[in-house]
Design a protein around this ligand. Structure first.
Ligand code: FAD
Ligand code: FES
Ligand code: FES
Length: 481
């Protein structure tokens, strides 16, 4: 295995080769402190506000180009290895002509104090680069879901986004970006190993190298998109032990669909993983769009969300209800486990030291199955669930042939509701039986009270969400909550 200790990337059109000060030096620190590119701001340092948004280009497994807005504040510098990046300083030309997204922001009065503006501009610029020059309102809201503004208000910014097509277009330079990424692929062929600041970062390039690295160093942090791990450093100020990244293993970025199901590798981003799940289960569209924000979904992985195992993670309830399995790997050995069996207790998993999650398998849709998932949180976008529920129901002559009910936010882990399921199995799918199952949820869960919701609220919400599922399954229009 050949090694290198230098991170290679393009930034604003120029090639960089950098030895990070430490494996957890963030991209934002590097931009602002080392390069003095201070257009990219730090607001929250936890992926919430979008002031640090930059645009990143990468090659997809099929060789196509992907442009993504990401948060520089929680992206460790080694994670941009092999990527092409732009900050707000790259926009506009040498003659002082603004980029169309900037001019549209000016003309629509999209900025007041200006602190959030570079972040908004970079989210719009990413849309522009993706070819979404004439987006619809939904697309704009989705792409701006990770940007907060405290003084302008959003209407002028949304208007700017809707109007950016009206300006002299910028000629796409995708071929140039392709060329830069191809060069980087060659330069980044050897395994990146950084030893600095008291810890070691390694980014193996094959699954077996990764598996061996994790097996040999079971205390190392497995790093995927860093949308949890990044905050351990920026908010909890932790010094991490050794880090093993899954990001450079191309095979783990793949999604495959066969007759049985969907395989989503450990490197697949939330945005793409959810897109694949939603293609099979469109009922999860709202959950997808309400999961964090676009930049977080562009960085975090779907498998990372399952591996994190947070009791309020949004992916686990749905995938548990659908009967998903995870593939765990230790060295050369693999085993498959039902997703609900992975979670033993709060932050305790059925995972051996040196074992990592290689992929998740989601079964294909079975004929006639009714599926729903609901997320309750205080804000529509970019908020953590108080309760997240998911259901998969198969009826036979209006009798419950199979039912799976799972919740997040109700127990120390995402968990099924066996007593409620039992109250329905084999019975008629009618209001009386559903009400009994709603009651049985009280035996399934003793939720906690915390800043998001009281125990009482959570139980009531879970009961009412089951009722909502019943109503919707019988054709009554649902209520958006
Ligand atoms: C602003 C913000 C908003 C968010 N909103 C939501 C939300 O609405 N809903 C929600 O559910 N979550 C939300 N999250 C959390 C969510 O982004 C993460 O849980 C994410 O999915 C984790 O994936 P990652 O690739 O970033 O993992 P990382 O941060 O890299 O890792 C997370 C954990 O999983 C482990 N890990 C990762 N991959 C593997 C693997 N393959 N094998 C073994 N262990 C592994 C890591 O060691 C670490 O313990 C939010 C986060 C932020 C910062
Ligand atoms: S500084 Fe707020 S998202 Fe990065
Ligand atoms: S212009 Fe002040 S925060 Fe947006």
């Amino acid at each position: 295995m050949q090694h290198r200790d230098t991170v290679h990337f393009y930034l604003n059109g120029k090639a960089y080769s950098v030895k990070p000060a430490s494996p957890t030096q963030t991209l934002l620190q590097y931009l602002r402190e080392d390069l003095r590119l201070i257009g990219t701001k730090e607001g929250c340092a936890e992926g919430d506000c979008g002031a640090c948004t930059v645009t990143e280009a990468a090659l997809q497994p099929d060789g196509s180009l992907a442009y993504r807005a990401v948060n520089a504040c929680i992206r460790f510098l080694p994670m941009v290895d092999g990527k092409v990046l732009w900050t707000v300083e790259a926009l506009g030309d040498a003659a002082g002509q603004l980029h169309p997204v900037q001019q549209a922001m000016v003309d629509h009065h999209g900025s007041q104090c200006g602190f959030c503006t570079p972040g908004f501009v970079m989210s719009l610029y990413t849309m522009y680069r993706k070819g979404l020059v004439r987006p619809d309102r939904e697309q704009v809201l989705d792409h701006l879901s990770g940007n907060l503004c405290r003084c302008t208000g959003y209407r002028p910014i949304i208007d700017a986004a809707l109007d950016m097509h009206a300006y002299e277009p910028v000629v796409p330079d995708d071929d140039l970006v392709h060329g830069q990424l191809a060069q980087l692929r060659e330069r980044c062929a050897a395994t990146l190993v950084i030893v600095a600041g008291g810890s070691r970062y390694i980014a193996p390039t094959t699954t077996s190298e990764l598996a061996e690295a994790v097996r040999q160093d079971p205390d190392a942090v497995v790093l995927a998109g860093g949308t949890d791990v990044g905050l351990w450093v920026t908010k909890q100020l932790k010094t991490l032990p050794n880090i093993i990244s899954v990001g450079a293993v191309q095979a783990l970025h793949e999604i495959t669909l066969d007759d049985d199901g969907l395989r989503i590798g450990a490197g697949v981003l939330l945005e793409e993983g959810y897109e694949a799940v939603v293609a099979e289960y469109p009922e999860a569209t709202e959950l997808w769009k309400r999961f964090a924000s676009m930049p977080i979904r562009n960085a975090g992985t779907l498998v990372g969300n399952l591996a994190n195992g947070s009791p309020i993670g949004d992916t686990a309830p749905l995938l548990i209800a659908l009967g998903a399995k995870v593939v765990l790997r230790k060295g050369a050995q693999r085993r498959s486990l039902n997703l609900d069996a992975l979670y033993l207790d709060y932050r305790k998993q059925q995972r051996d030291p040196g074992e990592f999650l290689e992929e998740v398998w989601v079964p294909r849709r079975k004929p006639g199955v009714k599926v729903a998932t609901y997320k309750l949180s205080k804000r529509f976008d970019q908020d953590i669930s108080a309760v997240c529920s998911a259901y998969a129901l198969t009826l036979d002559n209006n009798r419950v042939k199979a039912i799976s009910i799972a919740h997040g936010g109700m127990a120390p882990t995402s968990r099924r509701a066996p007593r409620a399921e039992q109250a329905l199995l084999g019975r008629s799918w009618n209001e009386g039986n559903v009400r009994q199952a709603m009651q049985a949820l009280e035996d399934d869960y003793q939720p906690m009270t915390d800043m998001r919701a009281s125990s009482d609220y959570r139980l009531k919400a879970a009961r009412n969400l089951l009722y909502r599922f019943y109503l919707e399954s019988t054709g009554v229009d649902g209520t958006r909550v």
